[in-house]
Design a protein around this ligand. Structure first.
Ligand code: NDP
Length: 284
């Protein structure tokens, strides 16, 4: 089977590509710059890549740039979306690529008769940024979405971008008869295949980089290999549908620091906390 992975050189996407190649798929990966060795060398090193991995140039904001790539694919894994904090222009840097980019990719899927299902990498960020605390008695379900007005007020632009992108994806899919499944992970950590640090891996770096404090937050955490497997199973399992939240454990940073200290006693981890307490939107 032939499948497409957008943003193929990214942290999560690289693990999805690896797993797909191991399972015998032919993979079309999209990148903004397929000539950038930092984004591609690790993909070319994957088992099966010489025979079954093709890389294509496509930008989320370039209307129609995914058309020819998606045509002939059985499934599209749409992972590409900018993920960083403190943008200068949130609309241009985060929201437009997330929302318009998702609609651009889905528009290409709509035109391609071969595409049977689209798997969108959404986030718990699109679920939990509400006025409710993240206490054990608060239940989130398929109907739970982060509240855009709250995201704006708190200047949580990445959270807003993921929320608007997922909502736009569901609307477009329902309007156009696309079989969509979303994977909504919390903070994704685990081994990196790519040589550069993505935003979630930087969270751990921050804790071993001489910072005097750790944040007074609890995050949900999940392993990148589990997230990649969930994406692939969401395609391979005919009955898969809707939104799949992925949280292995919810852990306060004090516990993360303790785990690092136990595993690597020589690393300089911070001893004090700083910041607001644990609230819903502090899950990724
Ligand atoms: P990375 O930064 O490693 O990957 C993001 C990818 O998005 C990059 O490969 C980049 O591709 C692509 N991208 C960004 N902007 C554009 C654009 N304008 N046009 C085309 N491609 C673009 O991040 P992650 O692997 O961590 O994240 C992947 C997905 O998972 C994202 O959708 C993110 O929101 C989601 N997610 C991540 C979590 C985490 O903790 N890491 C948690 C929950 C969800 P290029 O190679 O072209 O630069």
């Amino acid at each position: 089977k032939v499948v497409c992975v957008t943003g193929a050189g990214g942290f999560i996407a690289s693990w999805i590509v690896k797993l797909l190649l191991e399972r015998g798929y032919t993979v079309r990966g999209t990148l903004r710059d397929p000539a950038d060795p930092k984004k591609t060398e690790h993909l070319h090193a994957l088992e099966g890549s010489a025979e079954r991995l093709q890389l294509f140039k496509a930008d989320l904001l370039d209307e129609g740039s995914f058309d020819a790539i998606v045509e002939g694919c059985d499934c599209v894994f749409h992972t590409a979306s900018p993920f960083y904090n403190n943008p200068k222009d949130p609309q241009v840097e985060l929201i437009d690529p997330a929302v318009k980019g998702t609609l651009n990719v889905l528009g290409s899927c709509k035109k391609a008769a071969s595409v049977k299902r689209v798997i969108l990498t959404s986030s718990m960020a699109a679920v939990v940024f509400t006025e409710k605390p993240l206490s054990p008695d608060v239940v989130v379900d398929e109907t739970s979405y982060s509240i855009p007005e709250l995201c704006e007020k708190a200047k949580e632009w990445y959270v807003l971008s993921k929320t608007l992108a997922e909502q736009a994806a569901w609307k477009f899919s329902k309007d156009n008869g696309i079989d969509l499944v979303t994977i909504n992970p919390a903070v994704v950590i685990g081994p990196l295949l790519q040589p550069t640090l993505n935003t979630s891996a930087q969270i751990i770096l921050y804790l071993i980089n001489g910072s005097p404090v750790y944040l007074n937050y609890s995050f949900g955490w999940v392993n990148v290999k589990d997230v990649a497997l969930a994406h692939v199973l969401a395609f391979e399992t005919p009955s898969a549908s809707g939104r799949y939240g992925m949280v292995d454990k919810v852990i306060h940073f004090s516990e993360v620091v303790k785990i690092i200290k136990d595993m690597y006693p020589s690393l300089p981890v911070p001893e004090k906390s700083q910041g607001r307490g644990s609230r819903a939107w502090e899950l990724s």
